[in-house]
Design a protein around this ligand. Sequence first.
Ligand code: PGA
Length: 248
Amino acid sequence: MRKNIVAGNWKMNKNLQEGVAFAKDLETALAGKTLKCEVVIGTPFVHLASVASATKLAVAAQNCADKASGAYTGEVSAAMVASTGAKYVILGHSERRTYYGETDAILKEKVLLALANGLSPIFCIGETKDEREKNAHFDVVKRQTVEALFNLSSEDFSKIVIAYEPVWAIGTGLTATSEQAQEMHAFIRQTIADKFGKEVADNTSILYGGSANGGNAKELFACPDIDGGLIGGASLDVEKFIPVIEGF
Ligand code: PGA
């Protein structure tokens, strides 16, 4: 059975004290509510251990290295992330692909290391505005999925969460319509089914990301192939994040 997930992605926001305080406030605000999804908070590396020990909420890193260990100054390994108590790692976010040159080949290594260390990747895919206008969006999303994930066994693939994030919708206030998102999510699920079979595809959580908020979450999450969201801006305030979580 696939899981509903609402995951916050703080990106490079909040210092350590603000992050820990937010996590505690969120946990308090959610206490007593009946949640229909798993709530995840994606924090900077520095916050992971403190947030993981301050709350019972699931915690995600926003990246990990493509090497296991060694002389890679400034990098943080999947093993280090796992040792903090984090459960997930966001990989392949378009900001990592665009600003830090992360390719499908690099991401393939990161996914393998995350899985080898017991982390579930939240693997981001999505087309740019230009690619959608050229009608290349299905090809792009398929390539990103195939190149970084289709080397996995069915067993390993079943630990992956997909996040479809059209780049043109991230941080722009321009959300994909629920029809556009549902169409792409169904395509992604079919692509997974063609490779790993219907059962694996049906059990894969596919999240939507890109200007999702309390105002549009309900409509997006009501789509049959949308299993939750990866939330940037609206995950930075407890009052804005809760209505997204309650979109289920
Ligand atoms: P946004 O970011 O919700 O601010 O558009 C989503 C993301 O980048 O994961």
